[in-house]
Design a protein around this ligand. Structure first.
Ligand SMILES: [Zn+2]
Length: 392
């Protein structure tokens, strides 16, 4: 059962009544004053209504109603919001509520809107606060994302929270990783690619991928910004994280978002983490050679979103990375480039909209492997196990 709380709306209504009554005492004295006050009040009502619309949109699975609340000026944020909407609408969120707890006017066309969100998901209760910037766009007040600070550097637009402490380090990792990955894939990050740095890990999860049952460090989709939790004290380890996520961004772009999970993760591990760590998951002793004796079918059976066993998660990433390495060492990096473009031939794939995207994406990868490598999935798996034995 879903509910929407109008607490703040009622509070705003009280202010409205008071102001109108005061205005009526000075009837005729200042029509301008009345108009100014009523326009101020209606902004607050309009924004509160916008949250009622968000709630109704989720309840009714109405993407158009939801997207009407989102800024039209920022394509990445629109894509992120659209994906978030489907995660919320397609999954069992109980006792969901958005409460507008306050608003601050920054200037005539900008409001800071303070929200408390509550819901229950997969047996866990969530109760958290955040602040959304609302901007006036061609007469409509629109949600423009969290109240990030913004900084532009060559190639990237960095969004960060007020308490971010390691901005310079993150900027350095982004610029270097992008330069290196252009060498591998022939393609880099989008121009002025947005990167959103979160100091609040729960907020990253809730605003990005609320159906995952474990906390994660970073998130990227083909047509979205890169989002990173920045709160770990060991800043140096983020070089691998950023490289991993930029690989996702670039390879999802090359494949029109048509990558099944294990292959996407394998690319990001092999061309991201393993480069920085100085070796694959066996070489860096994160998994054993025995752990790595798996088939593609075994990887396809794993749901990384619900897998909470750390060892199983390590095996999933490690083996995926090893299979990508096997292809790179046997057929060359260009085989991956060809597989990616082959997968993407069907046009952009809207993953968030599908209840079971993997069931669609896994056969696409099988076809691309056969097309590019010239062998069947069975032959491929046999080849991998032989390579594993000989190389480790
Ligand atoms: Zn990943």
């Amino acid at each position: 059962m879903l509910e929407f709380y109008y607490n703040s709306s009622m509070k705003e209504k009280t202010i409205f009544t008071y102001k109108i009554r005061r205005a009526s005492l000075v009837v005729l004295t200042s029509l301008v004053l009345v108009l100014t006050l009523s326009s101020c009040v209606s902004t607050r009502q309009v924004i509160t209504e916008s949250w009622a619309d968000k709630y109704r949109a989720i309840e009714l699975s109405d993407p158009e109603l939801y997207m009407n609340t989102i800024s039209e000026a920022d394509t990445y944020y629109r894509n992120e919001s659209y994906a978030w909407f489907w995660y919320m609408a397609n999954n069992n969120f109980e006792d969901l509520s958005f409460t507008v707890t306050g608003m601050d006017r920054v200037n005539p066309s900008t409001m800071l809107v303070h929200i408390n969100q509550k819901h229950t998901y997969a047996g866990n209760n969530f109760d958290f606060d955040y602040t959304i910037v609302y901007g006036l766009e061609e007469g409509d007040w629109r949600d423009q994302d969290l109240d990030f600070q913004v900084r532009e550097i060559p190639g990237f637009k960095i969004y960060y929270m007020a308490d971010e402490k390691h901005l310079a380090a993150f900027e350095g990792f982004l610029i270097k990783s992008n330069r290196d990955l252009i060498e591998v894939f022939g393609v880099g990050a989008d121009d002025n690619f947005p990167v959103k740095l979160y100091t609040d890990r729960e907020l990253l999860r809730q605003r990005t991928y609320p159906i995952i049952e474990r906390q994660f460090t970073a998130w990227g989709e083909g047509n979205e910004s890169l989002k990173i939790y920045t709160g770990f004290p060991n800043v140096a380890m983020y070089e691998a994280t950023i490289r991993h996520e930029l690989v996702h961004h670039i390879t999802l772009k090359m494949s029109s978002n048509r990558l099944c999970s294990w292959y996407a993760e394998g690319l990001a591990v092999h061309y991201g983490n393993s480069v920085i760590a100085g070796g694959d998951y066996i070489m860096t002793r994160r998994i054993t050679k025995e752990d790595a004796r798996r088939t593609i079918a075994m990887l396809e059976a794993v749901n990384p979103a619900t897998e909470t066993n750390e060892r199983e998660v390590a095996c999933y990433y490690g083996v995926s990375g090893l299979i990508v390495k096997y292809i790179a060492e046997t057929w060359g990096d260009e085989a991956h480039r060809k597989i990616l473009f082959r997968c993407g031939e069907g046009g952009y794939f809207d993953r968030a909209k599908e209840k079971d995207p993997e069931a669609i994406l896994q056969p696409i990868l099988h076809e691309a492997f056969e097309y590019v490598l010239g062998i069947t999935a069975e032959e491929f798996c046999e080849g991998y196990l032989v390579w594993l034995n000989d190389s480790h």
